[in-house]
Design a protein around this ligand. Sequence first.
Ligand SMILES: Cc1cc2nc3c(=O)[nH]c(=O)nc-3n(C[C@H](O)[C@H](O)[C@H](O)COP(=O)(O)O)c2cc1C
Length: 335
Amino acid sequence: MDLSTKYLGLELKNPIIIGASNLVTDLDTLKKLEDAGASAIVYKSLFEEQIHLENLEMDQTMTGIEERHAEMASGFSDSFDAGPGDFLISFAEAKKAINIPLIASLNAIYDDTWIEYAKKLEKAGADALELNFYNNPKDFEMEGRSILNSELDIIERVKEAVKIPVSVKLSPFYTNPLYTFKEMDKKGVDGFVLFNRLFQPDININLEKMSFPYNLSSEYDSRLPLRYVGLLYDNLDADICANRGVFTGEDAIKMILAGANVVQVVSTVYKHGPQQITKMLEDMEIWMANKQYEKLEDFRGNLSKKNIRDPYAYRRAQYVDILLKSSEIFKDYPI
Ligand SMILES: Cc1cc2nc3c(=O)[nH]c(=O)nc-3n(C[C@H](O)[C@H](O)[C@H](O)COP(=O)(O)O)c2cc1C
């Protein structure tokens, strides 16, 4: 069975990529993920805050040195723009430790940081760069169009600054995500990752305080990317990576049937360990054998909006139909 696919111009042995997470910080875990069959790994994001934190620490250290040994400090002047050196060193070590592609992920705020660190990550050996557009709405004055414009601008400038392929990981919170995809596609984005998980705080009612748990995905979380993958298939030049709630080989197959080139997984690895990747790949092969498919292209996009026989599947009519038939739910959940 041939599970190989292409994503961001990279030849991958199968469509299962490990998404950005803290799983990658330990080189042993990284090797285990590769041995389990992952075809590529996205390194955890480098955040603007980290960059400033390290510069701030460096500033404080240097001030101390200057006060004590003015002449010694001059020797360090070049280090001020070294930025998050530890991160880049760990990234380069991870790159050396594995034989599958390592994709860098960047989450900056200021335009210049995007450009500067895109270049630094490319230099550190990244096979591709994922721009992590983490726009969690909090500002009543910010108009949607201006957010999109600044993101389009960043894409354009990063694409000019680096030679490696550039993907965009984004949230579904745009007035019309399809328009957003199309506009970004026109800027030459090489791939889209659907969707980012934006952090949402919870409330502890006993302490009457906000709490900040890290929630892993649940199985229903895959429905949103599944629909958008199906809508996007054959409408973009960029590749499509489905991310969120992909736990099993069956989930990965659904995403490919909708039109995805690849999937990214994180929660399923946290919950079931690296060996889950092996299981997913085995289950995909069994399904393909049963269906007599030899390669992913034999079935990719078969259930996309473009190819599906039911013209209403991706439309409003389907929603209305389900609601009108809502009494059917009582068959499964009698009250
Ligand atoms: C512990 C943890 C750390 C994460 N760190 C990052 C990160 O640095 N950058 C990023 O873009 N996404 C990060 N994510 C989000 C994942 O890459 C992924 O988008 C999300 O978990 C949905 O995929 P899943 O359903 O397979 O978990 C993180 C997720 C977890 C659970």
